[in-house]
Design a protein around this ligand. Structure first.
Ligand SMILES: [Zn+2]
Length: 188
């Protein structure tokens, strides 16, 4: 049984736990950790299904990290669907580690959002356009090397940031939130 997670389980950025560093989890995952990671995955998977989201009190999301439920463990889930609702990327990761990243950056034209940040912070968040991540993936029950690019790299970058207590708006230039870096790749 996965742990049931909905919006009542999610802590917001007035809670200092979001600023703490998450800790490695032991592999293979014990029952409690596995059920939490399954619950995180299920939240993200179901969050973009309007009927389930309404019934279970979920907000549309592409990723979530364990610390957002107050659990200081290095686990996160990502589910990215195309415009027809077909899954194009999905991960339920433990102990993700960035092996390398590109100097070339990318950003979302619309800015980023976060389940733990109720207030909208406008501005561009520049992140590496490519990330190479090593992690245990519960969905395949294997350690994997993920080569992420563009949108997936941004989503993984955002979630992995949570594990070190960083929030997306930390990256926004306060004096010039929409400063355009001309070499950065814009994703709309
Ligand atoms: Zn977030």
């Amino acid at each position: 049984m996965s742990k049931f997670i909905n919006n009542d389980s999610i802590i917001c950025d007035d809670d200092q736990r979001l600023r703490e560093k998450s800790l490695d989890v032991a592999l293979p995952l014990n029952k409690e950790d596995r059920e939490l990671l399954e619950g995180l995955y299920k939240y993200v998977l179901d969050s973009t299904d309007p009927e389930i989201a309404q019934k279970d009190n979920l907000s549309p999301a592409v990723g979530i990290a364990a610390i957002q439920t107050g659990v200081k463990k290095k686990m996160l889930a990502v589910v990215i669907k195309d415009s027809e609702g077909k899954i194009i990327h999905e991960y339920a990761l433990a102990n993700p580690k960035i092996l390398s990243y590109s100097l070339e950056e990318a950003y979302l034209e619309a800015g980023e959002g976060c389940l733990s940040v109720p207030k909208y912070h406008e501005g561009y968040v520049y992140r590496p356009r490519r990330l190479k991540v090593k992690a245990y993936n519960l969905l395949t029950d294997q350690e994997e090397i993920i080569k992420a690019k563009d949108y997936l790299a941004i989503v993984l970058g955002h979630e992995i940031d949570h594990l070190s207590g960083t929030l997306y708006y930390d990256h926004i230039d306060q004096k010039d939130p929409f400063k355009v870096k001309k070499d950065a790749f814009c994703i709309d």
